[in-house]
Design a protein around this ligand. Structure first.
Ligand SMILES: Cc1ncc(COP(=O)(O)O)c(C=O)c1O
Length: 400
């Protein structure tokens, strides 16, 4: 009898975490490595948020809380959804978890039966398919390739829907492409869903605030209010407030699903950290002005990286509207040979070559389901980005 569960053989460890770990190890071993793999802002959590956490400790808010979030945080989340997304919600329609990742995981665990299908546009965030598989469901992919601006076409979504379809996972702005759907594009997607009343939408809005050039963010339940009764609108403080380590994510959904998620959470982790919840209240209710400053910095870095990558021989990099990633195509590098005689067969080889030859850590596109590409996170200093892109240009020029 095997000791490890069969379900584990269906999934793989997160490739993005693997790249970050590898870059860290090489650095520790003395190599000059620039890591462009991490999916987190390089800014520090703002001081007023840290102060709120300290005040919560002083007040003794160090005990268990309600399993799926304190009343204060649920109220702050309701206010956020009303203010920013025009969604009128009750606290009973809100769940809080240990990161958006846990809310997503619990929702899939709470709803999937063997054979249930979940539509995932690709490229996708690495965790979506594996979480679906772990929960016993079957991922069904819809292509969102570079020539479509990395966005799924409504007709392709419609063609992928079957009687077994339970969810569409929708992620805008996207990890890894940074592509973001405008209001009309969201409406085209919700239009399809309105014709299929058994399909729910899980809208992962975690990059909502990281949008550039005046892009207007919209979420499906806002664009099509009738869809709210089968939507899980997922968000969190990790990316917008530089709070990845605090682990607070949240979701809005019909009460029945919120209760099911709480049931899973009550028998696994119980409440997210009480201190982090107090910090998240301040993040959502406190001043928001710094977000604009951060977005200006991110937009400048994005422009720098896009421009430098497009000057690298064999790379083609569109300009994304949001998140802090670019997802260049490296199709023209496939079939070339490195200076030490290795043939580049796929984007994994490209990523390996960039790391070995120039000490630049990127994540290969196969990890996100769309090849041949690689993902760069530009949530790092302008100096490092300039140096990394110079090295990438040099590495590309050295291929024959
Ligand atoms: C698309 C997407 N969704 C959700 C998450 C989860 O974020 P967290 O669990 O930190 O809230 C991430 C983090 O990388 C992400 O990229």
């Amino acid at each position: 009898m095997a000791f490890l569960a069969d379900s584990l053989s269906r999934i793989k460890p997160s490739p993005t975490i693997a790249v970050t770990t590898k870059a860290r190890e090489l650095k520790a071993a003395g190599r000059d490595v620039i890591g462009l793999g991490a999916g987190e802002p390089d800014f520090d959590t703002p001081d007023h948020i840290k102060a709120a956490a300290q005040a919560a400790i002083e007040r003794g808010e160090t005990k268990y809380t309600a399993v799926d979030g304190t009343p204060e945080l649920k109220a702050a989340i309701c206010a956020k959804f009303e203010r920013e997304n025009g969604l009128a919600l009750e606290p009973s329609q809100i769940t809080v978890g240990t990161g958006g990742k846990q809310v997503l995981y619990n929702a899939l665990m709470a709803t999937l039966n063997p054979g249930d299908e979940v539509i995932i546009p690709r490229p996708y965030w690495v965790s979506y398919p594996d979480m679906v598989l772990l929960a016993g469901g079957s991922p069904v992919f819809v292509d969102a390739s570079i020539d479509r601006g990395f966005k799924m076409r409504p007709e392709d979504l419609e063609a992928a829907i079957t009687p077994r379809t339970k969810w569409l996972i929708f992620n805008s702005p996207s990890n890894p492409s940074g592509a973001a759907y405008g209001r009309d594009e969201v409406a085209a997607i919700t239009g399809v869903l309105m014709r299929h009343p058994n399909v729910w939408v899980l809208s992962d809005d975690i990059y909502e605030h990281l949008v550039y050039d005046g892009f207007g963010f919209s979420t499906p339940a806002q664009v099509e209010p009738a869809l709210a009764e089968r939507s899980l609108t997922l968000n969190g403080v990790s990316k917008a407030y530089a709070m990845t380590g605090w682990r607070i994510g949240y979701g809005a959904a019909p009460v029945e699903l919120i209760k099911a998620i709480a049931k899973v959470q009550s028998q696994s982790t119980s409440n997210p950290s009480s201190i982090s919840q107090a910090a998240a209240v301040e993040a959502l209710n406190g001043p928001q002005g710094f977000l604009l400053d951060w977005c200006m910095v991110f937009a400048e870095r994005r422009n720098l990286v896009v421009s430098m990558l497009n000057q690298a021989a064999g790379l083609a990099c569109p300009t994304p509207a949001g998140a802090f990633y670019v997802y260049p195509s490296c199709a023209e590098l496939i079939g070339k040979t490195t200076p030490d005689g290795q043939r580049i067969e796929n984007d994994g080889d490209v990523a390996g070559y960039l790391l070995e030859a120039e000490g630049v850590a990127v994540v290969h596109g196969a990890a996100f389901g769309l090849e041949p590409h690689f993902r760069i996170s530009y949530a790092t200093s302008t100096e490092d980005l300039t140096e990394a892109c110079t090295r990438i240009q040099r590495a590309c020029a050295a291929l024959s």
